[in-house]
Every structure is written in structure tokens, then in C-alpha cells.
Ligand binder design. Sequence first.
Ligand SMILES: Cc1ncc(COP(=O)(O)O)c(C=O)c1O
Length: 408
Amino acid sequence: MYNLSHLISQIQSSPTLALNDIANQLKEGGADVINLGIGEPLNDFPESVLRITSEFLDSRQVKYSPTSGTQSLKLAIQDYTRDHYGRKPGLKNITVTVGAKQAIYNLLQVLLNPGDEVILFSPYWVSYPEMVKLARGIPVFVGTNDEFIPDMETIKGALTEKTQAILLNTPNNPTGAVYPPELVAALVDLCESKDIFLIMDDIYHQLLFEPAQWVPGYVFTSKKFDKSHLVIINGISKTFGMTGFRIGWAIGPETVIQAMNKIQSHSTSGASSLLQEAAVGALTQGGDTLSDLKKFIRTNRDILVGELKKIKGVKVNEPGGTFYCFPDFRSIHHNSQELARLLLEKAFLATVPGIAFGQEGFLRLSFTCSTDEIIKSAARIRWVIDPESSPEIIIGGQKMVRDWELSK
Ligand SMILES: Cc1ncc(COP(=O)(O)O)c(C=O)c1O
């Protein structure tokens, strides 16, 4: 009936929404639903955030922010980058956005001409291909090995004269993999030699578990910010569990950052000045929150991975970072959407099908919920998929009996 753009017809909605709707309906109906589908920590934000934000509110100065971000947040990002990346960008190399997602969106809008290609590693974060398409670009997928690490020769083979950028995310959503420093070094070299951009989505860089090692891309280049081929994406959503504050940023050459500011000046005008103050509170004084969060998710990771390893037919890598794991269920059932639906309908367990990330036969499990829920989740998975486990389980105080058999 209505004529919408050709572009929007090529964009997929999130394939997770349908399952989320079922999860919410089941919950409203009183079911004991556990949600391993969500990508956010459940912790409280740092105390400093409340104090600094209230002081800012008291000042009654909650007006438009400069498009590229407030001076106080950009100063805090400068120091944060110096501390974590070993380099201090100029203020003109920083732009603050409405979440890291908008930083990637704005960046792709300024980098791509129609038909330009961006190399993505699969499994990939759901929004990358769609954001590339929204910028009239073409996502080019490069697969990864059993540890979810791409191989340099395959990456080189995927380059064409249309390649404009390589986008990498380490620690990685959905796999939890952390790329080896040698790979990052080789990617920096490749992008510099081919004169293309390396977009590094570092949103999980502090959610890292020893002995995994995250090394900033800047270590591998001597180029100054304004000559660099690196654009760094980061934010407060994951590190401090501050998803609802919607603050992220990009760091890159001034020409790119100024172009991103142009887009922002005609779209959101910039992030909320109040919430930017909240981000200052997190970046400057949020360390305790982060270390508590890391301890909590590490415990959950160890329990979940340990329990999954006991289930016959499930293969799982220990994630080196993030709060996700990405177990392989292919020897049990190849269709991840059906498997996710079964887990939800039979065991009230919400997960995200691997196909949403371009990898069939896997599920993404997020381990940010309570440790008690993690233990219950593993038991529910086993009950649904392992025919040798007890056919009975108690869920939400009710005895349930397994009366199905999974076929591959
Ligand atoms: C890999 C990756 N990048 C970026 C984002 C977006 O983060 P933000 O909440 O800051 O927009 C997410 C959120 O799920 C993510 O997983």
C-alpha cells in the first residue's frame, strides 16, 4: 500500500525479535523464563555516575551538547585512551555518539561510496552487515576457524579494488574469541599497505579473562592519529553495564571524525549532555564496578562452559572475553532457530540462534544473569537435547517430562 525505499527492503529486522516476543509472552503468562539472549550486564552503574549526573542536573545547564561531544567527556576519553591504548588522541580525533552503534553507523556513512566493500568476519555481530548496506556498501564475509579466528590468507583473498575497510571486533560478539596480537598486527599492516581502513570495535576490550590478552591496534603502527588507517570504536555500555545511557565514541583521523560530525549534526545533533556527564563519572571513577562485573561474569562463564562441556554432542570454546559463549550444537540439531524455539517453548530458556550471526547450528548464550540461573540453564539445555539425561525436570516448581526426540 505504501511505497517505502528500495534500501529499507534490503535490511533485515533482528531475527531475535520473534523469539523475544515469545519469551515475553511466556513470562507474562507466569512461566519461569531464563533469558540468556540479552547482551547486557545486569549490574548497577557506578556510584560516581549518580553523583556527577545529579550535580549536572542541579546546575540546570542541560542544554545542547557540542555535536562532537562535551569538552569534559572528550577529555575523559583522551585520558582513557592514553591509559588503555598507550596513545593520547587530540580532541579533534574524538567524536561522541549515541552508543557505539551510532559511531559505527556514522563511520560507514562517511567511508563508503555505493558498491564499496567492507570485510566482516563471520560469525559477525548482527548489525554490521545491515549497517554496511544502509551506507550503500556491500558486506563481504570471511569465515573463521574452529576457534573463530580468521586467517590472513583468506582475508587477503577477499580484498578487491572495492574494499574500503575491514571491521573487526575483539573480544568478539557472539563468540567471546579474542584475536591473537599477531593477527591484529598483520591486519594493521595490510590496511596501511592497501590504504584502506581498519575499524576496530573495542566495545568489550575490558571484559577480558586472563590469560587472554587484548592488545590495542595502535601498538602496531607508528602513524600519528591524523595519518592512521585505524578507527577505534568504544563506549560505556558493556564495560560499565550502562547500556541505557547510550554513550559511545570513535577515535580516528581528524578528516574522518569531522565528516562523522557533519552526519551527526544533521541527525541526532549529538548525544545527551546529561548522559555524557554520566559517562565522565564512569570513565573516571567506575573501576570498582568493572572489577566486580568481571569477577561475576568470570564465575558464570566457568560454570556455564564447564556444564556445557559435560553434555554429549555439544562443543564449546572457552570465551577469552565478553559475556557470551557460542556453543556448537551441529551434531545434535543443525537448525539454530528451531533449536532456540524448542529450548524456549519446552524449557523456558531464551537464547539467540547462531543464524542471526551468520553461523548455523550454533546458539549464542549470554552469561550475565544470576549464577543460580546459569546453573538452571545448563540443566535445562541438557534436559532438552540429551536423550540420555533424566526425562524429568522441575521448572518453576512444576515437573516436566521430555516427550520428544531431536533429529539432526
Ligand atoms: C560488537 C558490538 N558493537 C557495538 C555494540 C553497540 O554498543 P552500544 O550499546 O554502545 O551502542 C554492541 C552491542 O551489543 C556490540 O555487541
